[in-house]
Design a protein around this ligand. Structure first.
Ligand SMILES: Nc1nc2c(ncn2[C@@H]2O[C@H](COP(=O)(O)OP(=O)(O)OP(=O)(O)O)[C@@H](O)[C@H]2O)c(=O)[nH]1
Ligand SMILES: [Mg+2]
Length: 296
């Protein structure tokens, strides 16, 4: 029996949450085509007969433009120091850039194994993959370099088998069958946030937050009430849409996904509220759960 904690870090949009879901074989983290989707540390638990690995998905490290951005980065930094092994995920189909260098600099003097995960290799030829490995191998003393495709689930099993050799512990932290430590409140509000990320553009998805404000259930049906918080009144119009069409689409898609997670019928009510400039107010950033702890 081998076990340990592994964090998944990298720039926004490199496929960290997709990788977590692919490893856990369940959707525990929301995913979108837009950067800065993940805002919290999200734990997923991988189990097989000889291994238990607790993976921590993190917000993409970026140049922050508001207090929310600072809080997101600080969660990723916190997780680096809180685990046994670091997976640094890059999008192998994009150019190595300043953002990657910034992260590599953060890893200098880190006395734990760092794996480089070259993700999105489904977009590359074998030759291009080799070129990428060569490009990265001298930038840091990576313990391992693993090319894979999180989306196509290609070579993800290899990552697990290589990780096994680095796990430091031999105790189980969680019961078999447990796939995540995230509370259902959080998972349900995140489903709504994902649909907003998918259906709105520009600053809109980054300006909203979602919070579960009510939950009741019996054997047959769950009633779920979620607040969509926007940071200015003009965004409420966009979220509601023409004749309520946008909020209907968001609600419909979110409800279908909640029914899969809860395995019962769901009645979902969404409310849109304004908290002016919440992304600049530490009180709300904390209240909405985007801080690791009071010291961060
Ligand atoms: N082609 C391809 N696309 C991928 C792969 N992995 C992830 N993606 C896509 O990349 C986009 C970003 O994926 P996420 O998993 O949300 O990325 P992330 O790193 O968690 O992003 P943040 O939470 O914003 O930091 C989505 O559109 C994914 O479908 C992959 O292996 N191949
Ligand atoms: Mg993510």
């Amino acid at each position: 029996m081998k076990s340990g904690f592994v964090t998944i870090i990298g720039r926004p949009n490199t496929g960290k949450s997709t990788l977590l879901n692919s490893i856990i074989k369940e959707k525990v983290a929301i995913v979108s085509q837009k950067p800065q989707t993940t805002r919290n540390l999200i734990q997923g638990i991988y189990n097989d007969t000889e291994t238990q690995i607790v993976f921590v998905d993190t917000p993409g490290i970026h140049k922050p433009i508001d207090k929310l951005g600072v809080a997101l980065n600080s969660q990723a930094y916190y997780s680096i120091n809180d685990v046994d092994i670091v997976l640094f995920v890059v999008d192998a189909s994009s150019e190595y850039g300043k953002g990657d260098k910034f992260i590599i600099d953060k890893l200098i003097d880190l006395k734990k194994p760092v794996f480089l995960v070259l993700n999105k290799i489904d977009k590359l030829t074998d030759e291009q993959i080799l070129l990428k490995i060569n490009e990265y191998k001298d930038l840091y003393e990576f313990a391992e370099i693993i090319p894979l495709s999180a989306l196509k689930n290609d070579n993800v099993d290899k990552l697990i088998s290589v990780l096994r050799g680095y796990l430091p512990d031999n105790v189980k932290y969680f019961m078999d069958g447990e796939t995540t430590t995230m509370e259902m409140d959080f998972r349900l509000s995140e489903i709504v946030r994902e649909k907003i990320f998918i259906h709105t553009n520009d600053e809109v998805p980054h300006s909203i937050s979602c919070k579960l404000i009510g939950f009741e259930e019996n054997n047959k049906i769950a009633k779920v009430y979620v607040d969509i918080i926007v940071d200015r009144d003009s965004l409420r119009k966009i979220i509601v849409g023409h004749n309520g069409s946008m909020i209907k689409t968001i609600g419909h898609e979110a409800r279908l996904e909640m029914e899969q997670v809860l395995k019962k019928k769901v009645y979902l009510e969404l409310y849109c509220k304004t908290i002016k400039k919440w992304r600049e107010k530490e009180k709300y950033i904390k209240d909405l759960g985007y801080l690791v702890n009071n010291d961060e």
